[in-house]
Write a protein that binds this ligand. Structure first.
Ligand code: SAM
Length: 218
C-alpha cells in the first residue's frame, strides 16, 4: 500500500467546491477509512520515497532546539524530529484529528520519548505554544481550510532565525498521495507563502514526488 493511495477510485467524484467535502473524505480532508489511512501513513514502502532522514537533515536542527510537526498524524516525522533535537530539545506534534493524537500518544509512550508533546489543534490550527526553530509541515498544507492565514500565524511562532519547511506532493497524477483536486503545485504554494509574509530561503529537489521548500519571515 502506498501513502494516500486513495486517489484512483475517489477523484471521479470531484471535490464538491465549497459545499461539504469530497466523497470518501471527512471535513479535514482525511479519508473516511481511518484504519487504511493509518496503514498508508506508516506503510513500510513509505521510507523509500519519503526519505525521512534526509528531510529531517534539511531542517538543520541542533540538539536542544524546539521543533513543531504541524499536522503530525500518527507521528512519522515527530519521532524523528525528537531524535534530532535530543533529550534537551522539545517537539510539539499537533493535529486536528483526535484519533491521530491518540495513536501519536501511544507511539510516543511506547518509544519512551519524553521530549514530544502531542497537542490537539485548537481552533483547527496547528499552532505551537512557544517559538520554534523549525516548523515542519508534511503532506498537510493542502488540508488547511485557510492556508495563507495558517501560514501567517505559524510564521509568528518561529524563533529568531527559525524556518518553516513545507513538504507536499506535486500537482497532478502520482502513484502516491492524495487525488489531484486536493493538491496545489509548488508555485501555488510559494505564492501562498509569500502572501503570508514568508520568503523562500532554501529548496531541495531530492524527493521523487514532493517539493520541499524552506521559508522564513520577510
Ligand atoms: C496526510 S496526513 C500527514 C501526517 C504527517 N504529517 C505525515 O507526514 O505522516 C495529514 C494530517 O493533517 C491533519 N490535519 C488536517 N487538517 C488539519 C488542520 N487544520 N490542522 C492540523 N492538522 C490537520 C490530519 O488529521 C492528518 O493527520
Amino acid at each position: 500500500m502506498t501513502e494516500h493511495a486513495h486517489g484512483a477510485h475517489h477523484h471521479a467524484h470531484g471535490a464538491g467546491h465549497g459545499e461539504g467535502h469530497a466523497h470518501g473524505f471527512d471535513q479535514n480532508r482525511n479519508p473516511e477509512d481511518f484504519a487504511a489511512y493509518l496503514a498508508r501513513l506508516e506503510g513500510e514502502d513509505r521510507d523509500a520515497w519519503q526519505r525521512p532522514d534526509e528531510v529531517v537533515a534539511a531542517l538543520g536542527l541542533a540538539p536542544g532546539q524546539i521543533a513543531c510537526d504541524a499536522g503530525a498524524g500518527p507521528g512519522y516525522f515527530a519521532v524523528r524530529l525528537a531524535r534530532a533535537v535530543g533529550p534537551a530539545g522539545r517537539v510539539y506534534a499537533i493535529d486536528v484529528e483526535p484519533r491521530m493524537i491518540a495513536v501519536l500518544e501511544e507511539r510516543v509512550r511506547a518509544a519512551g520519548l519524553r521530549n514530544v508533546t502531542p497537542i490537539l489543534a485548537a481552533g483547527g490550527e496547528p499552532l505551537p505554544p512557544e517559538p520554534c526553530h523549525a516548523i515542519l509541515i508534511v503532506n498537510t498544507y493542502h488540508h488547511f481550510p485557510d492556508g495563507v492565514a495558517t501560514l501567517r500565524r505559524l510564521a509568528g511562532r518561529l524563533a529568531p532565525g527559525g524556518r518553516l519547511v513545507n513538504v507536499d506532493f506535486h500537482a497532478g497524477e502520482l502513484p502516491v498521495g492524495p487525488p489531484p483536486e486536493h493538491k496545489l503545485s509548488r508555485d501555488d504554494f510559494v505564492a501562498a507563502a509569500e502572501a503570508a509574509g514568508l520568503r523562500v530561503v532554501d529548496e531541495r529537489t531530492f524527493l521523487p514526488y514532493q517539493y520541499l521548500v524552506a521559508l522564513a519571515p520577510r
